[in-house]
Design a protein around this ligand. Structure first.
Ligand code: IPE
Ligand code: IPE
Ligand code: MG
Length: 254
């Protein structure tokens, strides 16, 4: 099957610069369901439809990396039935989406400590990562059992170990050394971070990587966050002036 970027995907114009890497904290599924007097899993199921729509839209906009926060290290503390329901949905999503990913040139990658996931989920994840390896259209990063602090701690331990054994010299450590030891090694930092569901916090997501990301918080709960809301968010990004410490005049004159 073709993974050629131009084969089946018609590019869409957002009217301004699109971010290269969008990260999303997909929040609000549970409250969305509770508002409808339905179990929380009903909200998670509706949230999967949003995932499909946003992945497709990101791909057509020409976004290179889309990182979705799907399960945090803290989410293990939820009731057992909800955790196993989420794992089941993840497994079904991956099984159902492989053909579409290949058709649209979407490469799957994961960030997080995958070893703690149930074996059947781990198995389909690894197979999907392998089968989409040659896709060059967009990288879909699923953050699973992900926690920003534990990611940084692992990176620091590994760097310390390499310094101790002599393969790294502490005096020559740079920011790139840290980048290279994170799950996101080799990927650009997110330039746009969206959180749905009305909370204004990071919840341990990509703490190092979002240091200069543009932030976008919306009240819209994840199951209601579809193409229209995503385009609105991207338009907001397109209108912003990113100054990186300089003055507006410096940016305007290049
Ligand atoms: C986000 O929705 C999905 C996951 C964290 C897995 P929530 O389940 O957190 O929904 P709310 O925040 O309780 O509404
Ligand atoms: C963040 O949402 C994690 C994911 C979206 C996977 P949470 O709902 O778990 O975050 P808190 O508990 O509100 O901080
Ligand atoms: Mg939540």
């Amino acid at each position: 099957m073709s993974s050629d970027k131009t084969a089946t995907v018609e590019k869409q114009d957002s009217g301004g610069p699109v971010p290269r890497h969008v990260a999303i904290i997909m929040d609000g599924n549970g409250r969305w369901a509770e508002e409808r007097h339905r179990p929380r899993l009903f909200g998670h199921r509706a949230g999967v439809d949003s995932v499909r729509e946003i992945v497709e839209c990101a791909r057509t906009l020409g976004i290179d990396f889309l990182t979705l926060y799907a399960f945090s290290t803290e989410n293990w503390n939820r009731p057992e039935g909800e955790v196993s329901g989420l794992m089941g949905l993840l497994k079904n999503y991956l099984q159902a989406e492989l053909t579409t990913m290949l058709r649209n040139g979407v490469r799957l990658q994961c960030i997080g400590l995958l070893q703690s996931l149930p074996d059947d989920v781990l198995d389909i994840l690894q197979r999907t990562i392998e089968e989409t390896r040659a896709c060059t259209g967009m990288t879909l990063n699923l953050a699973l059992n992900y926690g920003g602090r534990s990611e940084l701690l692992s990176a620091m331990k590994e760097i310390a170990r390499q310094c101790q054994e002599g393969s790294l010299d502490w005096q020559s450590l740079t920011e790139s050394t840290i980048n290279d030891h994170l799950f996101t090694a080799g990927q650009p930092d997110p330039d746009f971070l969206i959180r749905t569901g009305g909370e204004n916090r990071l919840s341990n997501f990509l703490l190092w990587q979002v240091s200069y990301a543009e932030l976008y918080f919306t009240e819209t709960k994840w199951p209601d966050f579809r193409k229209e809301q995503f385009l609105k968010a991207i338009e907001s990004f397109s209108r912003r002036q990113r100054r990186f410490g300089k003055t507006g005049a410096q940016i305007a004159t290049g």
